[in-house]
Design a protein around this ligand. Structure first.
Ligand code: AP5
Ligand code: MG
Length: 243
């Protein structure tokens, strides 16, 4: 694909004259279970940019038994947040990967004002980088609880299911890979409550920070997955073409 990424917000695909938005950095904000991971996987289909989920990166560190993973495991198990310095360093390393050149979807980051200020400063130091666009997803508490306790995922392809709302065709197994589905250790009602407390105290102010900066959209996350994804794509397109 030929592209004119440096020109700002559009690129041409192939030999035709179709102009596509260059997505740049996109933040998906929202409480545990609003569908950040689910929507990130939908947006990849539109823009072919990577999902950077700090939760997934931390869980990979836990699984590998790295020093970071050993620190994070206990904290995540309690539903609290991993220290900013460790998370920022992990994200900094991920953003050095070449697949982030035309954009990336940040899922679960930034989650504190310290992380947001770090990210804002990093982007400000890169004059060629597009400003970020923030999308906040809203879902009510009872629905979130149902989503969290019903969530299962495939350890091979990471497809996310829900035993109540969109179960796999064969109970307990991935439709794509056939692998046995797994449940996250922190997907209990007790830990969910603590994650919600951390969200209200530390992450809700991040949403207000990006609302105040502009290039911000709010979407109703209590709709079919494809409908929400279409809404996010439309919002990002609109915000990218807003001065
Ligand atoms: P993280 O992994 O980010 O967890 P979270 O924020 O609690 O969010 P979730 O992954 O639970 O929900 P989601 O919004 O991705 O929803 P999903 O798409 O899966 O973080 C885990 C922990 O890591 C934190 O508690 C913290 O300790 C640590 N951490 C991570 N980032 C950090 C940071 N930046 N700083 C410090 N610590 C950090 O969907 C949920 C369910 O709903 C699924 O079953 C899905 O199938 C279903 N669903 C989704 N959309 C719909 C829909 N439209 N209709 C019906 N069902 C749906
Ligand atoms: Mg997630």
């Amino acid at each position: 694909m030929s592209s004119s990424v440096s020109s700002g917000v559009s690129m041409q695909s192939g030999r035709d004259t179709e102009t596509k938005t260059v997505p740049g950095p996109i933040l998906l904000l929202g409480a545990p279970g609003v569908g950040k991971g689910t929507q990130a996987k939908e947006l990849i289909k539109t823009w072919n940019i990577p999902q950077i989920s700090t939760g997934d990166l931390l869980r990979a560190n836990v699984a590998k038994g790295t020093k970071l993973g050993m620190i994070a495991k206990q904290i995540m198990g309690r539903g609290e947040l991993v220290p900013d310095s460790l998370v920022n360093e992990m994200v900094a390393l991920r953003l050095l990967e070449p697949d982030t050149a035309t954009g990336y979807i940040l899922d679960g980051f930034p989650r504190t004002l310290v992380q947001a200020n770090w990210l804002d400063g990093r982007l400000a130091a890169q004059p060629e980088a597009l400003p970020l666009v923030a999308v906040s997803i809203q879902v009510n508490y009872n629905q979130l609880l149902r989503r969290i306790t019903g969530r299962r995922s495939c350890p091979v392809c990471q497809t996310i299911y829900n035993v109540f709302m969109h179960p796999p065709q064969r109970d307990g197994f991935c439709d794509v890979e056939g692998a046995a589905l797994i449940q996250r250790a922190d997907d209990t009602e007790e830990v969910f409550k603590e994650r919600m407390r951390a969200y209200a105290a530390l992450t809700a102010p991040v949403v207000e920070h990006y609302r105040a900066l502009g290039r911000f959209a709010e979407v109703d996350g209590d709709r079919p997955i494809a409908t929400i994804a279409a809404g996010i794509v439309a919002a990002v397109e609109r915000l990218r073409h807003t001065a």
